[in-house]
Design a protein around this ligand. Structure first.
Ligand SMILES: *Cc1c(COP(=O)(O)O)cnc(C)c1O
Length: 365
């Protein structure tokens, strides 16, 4: 079976983790956490990093630090992994669900503009499947309206928009280091910002709301969203390889693009953007049958996320129709695209897709 994803864990990771174990500093007090925060924020190009237990806690830390609370409205996309919607609800705020765009699968700035009311506090933009969304446009809207922009970069480490890495546009940018993300710490996440005040707020909220001056004194209700030294050790080893991972993922994408041209619709760099093709994606009307055919032939795939507004906890937040999200969700699927995936395997997968499409045309399926 060729899996859809497989993390690359090697000698370097073993050594970094062993170093941390031998040092005795395995908790969040480990210097490795600080080092990972510094190195990852520098890699993306932001001043401060706050490492967290996972990507969802990073997003929750972000909305909480920005003061999002009961009754506030936060704009979220209809096509996304669910975390950015859930963290809004954790704070009893209202997710305002907006449709995505055909060309990059991210929030549509024009539809976002129309969804803004005097209760809107923030926009959470998701860079889906490695594609950069139109973050310059969204940043401009946020600034004009005096609201916050949060970037969910969980699927897009190293992707670029207008020549700048995503994660540089939001007031806060959140990353995930789950095992199938571009780099991994097993479970893990990080918030990045250039704002010192937000940086300190997020540190305090991450650590039970405890003031920095006085141990066990709490001015606010916080959380334990800390990252361990063991996770950070993995992250440090992974970060050394991130550019290699991204380069390889773009190479894999080029192969799929070249050999599937005219067979199915393939994921491509959107205008003004550089995708990192987190999970290389294709669109086809025969998606369900193709997924089944590939599974029978030993190739694991994933279907796109479901439209948020169709699922029980979120139905009540349906605001309009979501034609693009619905369509992408129905015809989109992810193909294997992990860095060590070999050219022979890619050609095998492409061969099976060709076989399926051709058989379909001949009426053999
Ligand atoms: C993976 C992911 C998250 C959440 O990350 P976890 O580390 O699994 O909590 C958030 N948003 C998006 C878009 C993701 O893909």
């Amino acid at each position: 079976m060729i899996p859809v994803y497989k993390p690359e864990i090697g000698k370097e990771e073993e050594e970094e983790v062993l170093k941390v174990i031998r040092s005795g500093w395995i908790s969040s007090a480990s210097p490795a956490v600080r080092e990972f925060e510094e190195k990852f924020s520098a890699y993306i190009g932001r001043k401060y990093g706050v490492a967290t237990s996972n990507g969802t806690t990073a997003l929750h830390l972000a909305v909480t630090a920005l003061g999002i609370k009961e009754g506030d409205e936060v704009i979220v996309p209809d096509l996304t992994f669910i975390s950015p919607v859930n963290v809004v609800l954790y704070n009893r705020a209202i997710p305002v669900i907006v449709d995505v765009e055909e060309e990059n699968w991210g929030l549509d700035p024009e539809k976002v503009r129309k969804a803004i009311t005097n209760k809107t506090k923030a926009i959470i933009v998701v860079h889906l499947y490695g594609n950069p969304a139109k973050v310059s446009e969204l940043k401009e809207i946020a600034e004009e309206k005096g609201i916050y922009l949060i970037e969910d970069c969980a699927e897009a480490h190293g992707a670029e928009y207008e020549g700048k890495k995503v994660g540089n546009f939001g007031d806060i940018a959140c990353f995930s280091f789950y095992a199938n993300k571009v780099i991994t710490t097993g479970e893990g996440g990080m918030c990045l910002t250039d704002d010192e005040g937000l940086y300190e707020k997020m540190q305090i909220l991450r650590d039970h709301g405890m003031t920095k001056e006085k141990r066990y004194w709490h001015e606010v209700v916080g959380y334990n969203y800390r990252m361990t030294g063991l996770q950070a050790a993995l992250g440090l080893a992974q970060l050394k390889k991130i550019d290699k991972f991204i380069e390889r993922k773009r190479e894999i994408a080029r192969l799929y693009q070249e050999l599937l041209e005219g067979v199915v619709t393939v994921q491509r760099d959107p205008p003004n953007g550089k995708s990192i093709f987190w999970l290389f994606s294709i669109l086809t009307e025969k998606r369900d049958e193709l997924a089944e055919y590939l599974a029978k032939n030993g190739v694991e795939t994933r279907k796109f996320f479901y439209p948020v507004h169709e699922m029980p906890p979120y139905v009540e937040f349906t605001k309009s129709s979501y034609p693009i999200s619905k369509k992408l969700s129905r015809i989109g699927m992810n193909l294997p695209s992990y860095p060590s995936l070999g050219a022979d395997d890619i050609k095998y997968i492409i061969g099976k897709i060709n076989e399926f499409v051709k058989g379909n045309k001949d009426g053999n399926h």
